[in-house]
Design a protein around this ligand. Structure first.
Ligand code: FPP
Length: 245
């Protein structure tokens, strides 16, 4: 898909919200306090998205690798998602936010699965902002699951293997129907994708900042968007041809 050069503004921003633990440790607090502050930062960014013309926002909240953390931290992160949906769903709906949680359901409690289903169905026809929360998400797992579904359809004769192309695969991903991110932001100084939206980020601009996620403010979002606009001005019109810029 061709990037929008008319406005030089990202329509879809994906964020790897990193640094909650270090934020807490720097204050002599428990890591969970960092995650709690991380939810506050998440709330701020969701609210501010509209001002920046963002139509799609994807936030990496729990990776498939995060199961390897201490049990107490894993269950705390689970409870944060529960509490976030319980406390914010009505407001999100009132503000016209469509919610989708992307990731594997196995390992999640029945209660969380029910909350996710409720959030997705209640907000299904909203269109001001499409918020994707990546939870129990891994990019390789997403691709493997999509490949397995396509293989099953090919094996049972409902899909011609010759017809499989990038569009067919993209339609099987958890992000089906959502445009690819224009800009991926990672906080806390790490400069990796860490298995996040591997397919979808193929042509995204990448923006890394040392700011720890709980400290991420509107000014930091503005700086990332300015960076994106600058990249577009420099390179976009010179070499853009589809996504191969
Ligand atoms: C990375 O910080 C962050 C996470 C693993 C989780 C991100 C989660 C939130 C922002 C809150 C959860 C929100 C919802 C809605 C569930 P880290 O712990 O890896 O930080 P560190 O690298 O400094 O240790």
């Amino acid at each position: 898909m061709q990037k929008d050069h008319t406005q030089n503004r990202p329509k879809h921003i994906a964020i790897i919200m990193d640094g909650n633990g270090r934020w807490a440790e720097a204050r002599g607090q428990e890591r969970r306090e960092g995650h709690r502050a991380g939810v506050e930062a998440l709330r701020r960014i969701v609210k501010q998205s509209e001002d920046f013309g963002i139509r799609h926002l994807t936030l990496f909240s729990f990776s498939t690798e995060n199961w390897g953390r201490p049990r107490s931290e894993v269950s705390f992160l689970m409870s944060l998602l529960e509490r976030y949906i319980e406390s914010d769903l009505a407001d999100l709906h009132a503000e016209g936010v469509r919610v989708r949680v992307i990731g594997r359901r196995d390992g999640l409690s029945d209660k969380i699965c029910r909350l996710i289903d409720r959030a997705e169905s209640l907000t299904a026809s909203n269109n001001r902002l499409f918020l994707q929360i990546a939870f129990n998400y891994g990019g390789r797992e997403e691709l493997a699951d999509a490949a397995a579904r396509l293989a099953r359809r090919a094996a049972n004769g409902t899909l011609d293997p010759e017809a499989i192309n990038g569009d067919v695969l993209a339609a099987e991903l958890l992000t089906a129907g959502v445009p690819n991110p224009d800009l991926v932001i990672r906080t806390s100084g790490e400069t990796r994708l860490s298995n996040f939206m591997l397919w979808q980020s193929a042509y995204a601009e990448l923006y890394f900042t040392d700011v720890l996620w709980p400290d991420f403010t509107r000014d930091d979002l503005q700086a990332a968007i300015d960076y994106y606009a600058e990249r577009e001005r420099r390179f976009g019109l010179v070499s853009a041809s589809g996504e191969t810029d």
